[in-house]
Ligand binder design. Sequence first.
Ligand SMILES: [Mg+2]
Length: 446
Amino acid sequence: MSNSVSSGPSVLDAPVAHVDLDAFFASVEILDDPSLLGKAVAVGGGGERGVVASASYEARRYGVRSAMPSVIARRLCPDLIILPGRFDRYEEYSRRFHAIIRDLTPEYEPVGLDEVFADLRSLRRLQVDPIEASRELRQRVADELSLRCGVGIGRNKLFAKLASRRAKPRVENGQLVEGPGVLWVSPALEAQWLNELEVRALWGVGPATAAKLDQLGLRYVRDLARVSEADLVHRFGTALGTMLAAYAQGEDPRGVVSDRVNKSVGHEETFASSLSSRDELNAVVERHADVVARALRAQGLVARTVTLIVRFDDLTSVSRSQTLAFGLDDEGAVSAVAQALLTTVTLAGAVRLLGIHASSLGRRDDNQLQLSFGFEGLARDPRAEAIESSRSSQVANEALRDVVDEIRGRFGRHAVASARDLGERGVEVETQRGRHAFGPESTRER
Ligand SMILES: [Mg+2]
């Protein structure tokens, strides 16, 4: 490292970094199986309904992108190797990635497994400028994890995220072009980027909102500046309207929220063939409840709200939620609530996806199970019985759960399995994303 005086920005001018691992899932697969090196590799669902979750740069040269249906990816790249996800392994890498970030600053906010926003105003080392710190971070990720990442540095999350994307390698005319690795958005760049930025690239703008904005002639962020905040709020609601007005000025009200408790822990599965019997669906609910409860406990969390999502073959979806007076982290408890919710769903057609999400999360240590005074209020609720059974399950199973968790922690997830974990290939204990997180595998796959 040089001792020269840096000409980079001060952390006060560039307080936010966005660090994003390159082609994360695909890169981990290649690290674990070097015979894949230089090949077009994707992680995702290989079946008809599968989607690509992550693609190697070799695959990207053919136009393969994440979120692309696998059927299209195969058409673009007939030699594409599609691997199912191994989330245990990705979580392991993610933990090591976060540990490296933590050495940089205690104030960071993970986004998924492979992205982090970091607050550079609280760098552990003094007298280091943000660009130098980011270069060192990249080097450590390369040395210790053999992974690459892009780091974007800016005045706020908006610019930091835009910058990390441009810091990464990209494909141009089928050729891989290296990016700078670390990119700081200077004030001059801010104005230029904002001018070129399409609204669809903004956080919180999904396809439906983008289409609505397009109809109004608001395709670029610069177009938003012509509209008053009141008008944006009127058309898009308070939350999104004020965000759009802020973005138009290059502002981003979202701060870096460190030690953030995840907003929800969920598990969804798209079935290889759609299900129509309640028994089958109840069995799926039990399996999902296992995964969700295990994920909650792994993070020391309890959830007060359980949400069930059911998507039918005609792509219509139904969701049902129940909030309780106490927090849950027990599979029997989560399952009892979710099954009760399922009874309220009319099965109008075959079900192609079922999901369970746990939200209203809190720390397990703060859970006051014995003090659930709010409970009497629910006495006449038709779901009260399910809630009561859920509560007793939560209490009764506590000791057993701890033992099972401890054994799993010590000997791996496969050491203890309940009967419902027994699949055709033996014991299969699901990871948080599930067996078919990206759509079912085709039977011919691997
Ligand atoms: Mg990434």
